[in-house]
Design a protein around this ligand. Structure first.
Ligand code: NAP
Length: 282
């Protein structure tokens, strides 16, 4: 029988996940279908119960439900619990189990591009929102020893560091302190929404002291190259946009649902087609 998967969010019409997952199901000969479900915040509880009742096998969760869904699940993976957000739900023995594959997706994409371990890196994360939290805790859970965080609202960055359940050393920085220390880092990860379309001429901070050869990632993928990434490239950095994070959060979700690894390169191509571009910046 055809298995049913999906994504819930509000809005959901422009989700790229259905094209990515349905292609993978079809290429791998898995009889399954992935559907976008528009679920408003007030309907979340009914939706989660309804999906169990009709036999949905698993689903992704996107804005604005990533945190609100937690009390509606039967079990939570420890990393998702630490992050405080769920983007992937798996049905096991009729129980909903919540995971967070956003941070894992980012770290898998990063490791694939760098082709090495991250233990010895000194990393700067710019931003302290939901995406930063997922990336920071996942990096810390993988034993990265030095991870600094800079954010406009420093208290939010301080809270992130205080609440991190994994051992790592972190300096909480103001934006101007991060600009001054830019030359210290081997990896810089931009996680704020600054530079995202339509405000594409904005940058979260100056990169004038960036070292040549630093790896600079911006998790935004619309536009494919933010002003921040273009500036980093000009300064001699190796750059990567947010496509790989998106693709690998999907790869990790697919693996949890099916036990099979989909073709990440093909998923990336489909996502780029959905965005109307064919060029990955790195
Ligand atoms: P969020 O929780 O709302 O956090 C937003 C972050 O941006 C905070 O650090 C916030 O700083 C900062 N910020 C926003 N406007 C600012 C401004 N005008 N000046 C300075 N700082 C500002 O958002 P999120 O969920 O983490 O998402 C952040 C970005 O990541 C979005 O662009 C999203 O599309 C992207 N994203 C990409 C992927 C992917 O798969 N590639 C996945 C998730 C998210 P304050 O704390 O000071 O407000």
């Amino acid at each position: 029988m055809m298995k049913l998967y999906g994504v819930i969010g509000d809005p959901i019409a422009h989700s790229m996940s259905p094209a990515m997952h349905n292609d993978a199901f079809s290429r791998l000969g898995i009889p399954a279908y992935y559907h976008p479900f528009h679920v408003k915040p007030n309907d979340l509880k009914k939706a989660v119960e309804g999906m169990k009742a009709i036999g949905v096998e698993g689903f992704n969760v996107t804005i604005p439900h990533k945190t609100a869904i937690i009390p509606l699940l039967d079990e939570l993976d420890p990393l998702a619990e630490a992050i405080g957000a769920v983007n992937t739900v798996v049905r096991k023995n009729d129980r909903w189990i919540g995971y967070n594959t956003d941070g894992d997706g980012f770290v898998r994409g990063l490791k694939e591009t760098l082709g090495r371990d991250l233990h010895l890196d000194h990393i700067l994360i710019i931003g302290a929102g939901g995406a930063a939290r997922a990336i920071y805790y996942t990096l810390a859970s993988e034993h990265v020893r030095l991870i600094d965080i800079a954010n406009r609202t420093m208290e939010k960055a301080a809270r992130l560091a205080e609440q991190c359940p994994f051992e790592t050393k972190t300096n909480v920085l103001s934006i101007s302190e991060a600009e001054q220390r830019m030359g210290n880092y081997s990896i810089v990860i931009q996680t704020t929404s600054i530079g995202m379309s339509p405000k594409t001429d904005e940058m979260p901070l100056s990169l004038s002291l960036l070292k040549k050869g630093t790896f600079v990632s911006d998790i935004i993928y619309n536009p494919l190259e933010t002003k921040f990434l273009a500036e980093a490239k000009k300064q001699g950095a190796i750059t990567q946009n947010g496509i790989k994070m998106f693709v690998y959060q999907g790869v990790s979700a697919f693996e949890k649902w099916t036990g099979v690894s989909p073709d990440a390169n093909r998923m990336e191509k489909i996502v780029l087609e959905q965005l109307g571009g064919y060029h990955v910046n790195r």
